[in-house]
Design a protein around this ligand. Structure first.
Ligand SMILES: *[C@@H]1O[C@H](CO)[C@@H](O)[C@H](O)[C@H]1NC(C)=O
Ligand SMILES: *[C@@H]1O[C@H](CO)[C@@H](O)[C@H](O)[C@H]1NC(C)=O
Ligand SMILES: *[C@@H]1O[C@H](CO)[C@@H](O)[C@H](O)[C@H]1NC(C)=O
Length: 428
């Protein structure tokens, strides 16, 4: 079965590469940004005539946090008929992408850069996904522009229907590709980092001279338009935006003891590790980063970084220390000095807005960092509901985590409508 899967994968990759050429040629001869073509793009707006069950919601009321609109949304989200009608099975995408142009047209994917400013500042995305094609496709549509470049890593353990659906979607676009070396992702273990590293290597080796790198998972969604993202990144003037703080004492075991993957789960062996091969402390941060091209060069080539990564392979949750530590190494492009004054939390970095259950609460509570989650929780992280949107859109983060169309499709629906409208109004 495994061999068969791999064989089919290779076959699909060959097909993917074949059609990549077909789609690549016309794009090459495309003159690129053309102000007059942009003006005729009102058809790109998402309207209620797009046949989606969520259209019964009042998104403008929801975005303003109005009680009536939110109550209606809440009621719909707990109605099984409604959530069933929104859900699209993975298999659907095989059919839907048979005719790529029809798929892109129907789903209103952008077909040219919306501005010269965006065209001059291409971005590279790594997208690490393992289930729920619909979440992936909605996210992709929200961030897709023809000048950016996207690497998709599908977990080697993912269902084959998932893999094929993603493959079919990515094959429709010349600037989206599957990672050349997929890995078996294990929660909180090194392969999660390796998945991003493999995409970084492919992106770094691509001919697109992208300026910044952003990594995503399937449950992320943008809070900003591509133009807003570009402007925010330009204002960083080459710096990275990575949260990097002192490692909490309670988490030290993660990097002091050696770990091992046993039966697909990471476990503490109880054996002490050698100290890290660097002269700064191990820092604490997040798996999600916004970094310059130079930072990625260091990750690929700097011998100190390579030694740190080799050392980190048997740590617990290496993604939560690795980027945060590299960010504090002297000579890494866009990095900050290793002084407490430069420490930065996830709320101050721009990469990802996450609501941790333990930090939710009313404004009067000194222990709370943000209002309560209006959706549900998975592993102590909020899955946003429509009621979270008003607050979220006031934050500076480029992306938020987690969204799930299966549990709250309305949050994603209203957010994608808001972003598209904003992107098109920026043209005026
Ligand atoms: C939706 O909400 C807006 C903003 O509160 C309100 O002005 C509008 O009347 C509402 N629309 C419907 C159809 O209820
Ligand atoms: C896909 O298309 C085939 C044949 O055209 C059809 O039999 C099948 O029901 C379709 N599947 C879905 C999920 O739409
Ligand atoms: C980079 O891309 C070239 C082809 O463009 C390929 O031959 C080479 O093996 C790639 N290198 C890596 C490290 O992937």
């Amino acid at each position: 079965m495994r061999l068969l899967k791999q064989g089919m994968f290779l076959l699909m990759v060959t097909i993917a590469l074949g059609s990549l050429w077909i789609f690549y040629l016309p794009t090459c001869s495309n003159p690129g940004w053309n102000p007059s073509s942009v003006l005729s793009y009102s058809w790109l707006e998402y309207t209620d005539s797009d046949d989606s069950p969520e259209k019964v919601c009042n998104c403008s009321g929801i975005l303003q946090g109005e009680r009536e609109a939110l109550e209606q949304a809440k009621l719909l989200t707990i109605t099984k008929d409604f959530t069933d009608s929104v859900h699209i099975p993975d298999e659907h995408y095989m059919n839907a992408t048979e005719d790529c142009s029809a798929f892109k047209l129907r789903r209103k994917y952008l077909t040219s850069p919306l501005s010269q400013e965006e065209e001059d500042f291409p971005l590279a995305y790594s997208m690490v996904v393992h289930h729920k094609v619909q979440n992936f496709e909605r996210l992709l549509r929200a961030i897709y522009t023809p000048q950016n470049i996207y690497c998709v890593h599908v977990d080697k353990n993912a269902k084959s229907s998932f893999l094929f659906a993603i493959l079919e979607i990515t094959t429709c676009f010349p600037n989206i590709f599957m990672v050349t070396q997929p890995v078996d992702v294990v929660y909180a273990a090194w392969p999660r980092v390796q998945a991003d590293l493999n995409c970084m290597a492919d992106l770094y080796n691509s001919s697109t001279k992208w300026k910044y790198f952003i990594n995503l998972c399937g449950q992320d969604f943008p809070l900003k338009t591509n133009l807003e993202i570009v402007r925010t990144l330009r204002s960083l003037s080459g710096r990275n935006s990575i949260n990097s703080e002192e490692m909490p004492a309670g988490l030290m075991r993660r990097v002091r003891n050696a770990h091992k993957i046993i039966d697909g789960r990471i476990q503490d062996t109880g054996k002490a590790k050698e100290p890290p091969p660097i002269n700064i402390p191990i820092m604490f941060g997040s798996a999600y980063i916004v970094v310059s091209r130079g930072f990625i060069r260091s990750v690929m080539e700097d011998s100190r970084v390579l030694a740190l990564m080799e050392w980190g392979k048997d740590t617990y949750s290496p993604d939560e220390f690795l980027w945060a530590t590299i960010e504090r190494m002297i000579g890494v492009p866009g990095s900050r000095r290793n002084h407490r004054k430069y420490d930065m939390s996830d709320l101050n970095a721009i990469a990802r807005l996450v609501k941790w259950q333990g930090l939710e609460g009313s404004q009067d509570s000194l222990d709370s960092a943000y209002p309560e989650c209006h959706g549900s929780h998975v592993r102590e992280v909020c899955i946003y509901g429509a009621g979270d949107l008003k607050w979220m859109l006031k934050q500076h983060h480029l992306f938020a985590n987690k969204f799930d169309i299966d549990t709250d499709p309305i949050a994603v629906y209203c957010l994608e409508k808001y972003l598209r409208k904003r992107a098109l109004s920026e043209l005026q």
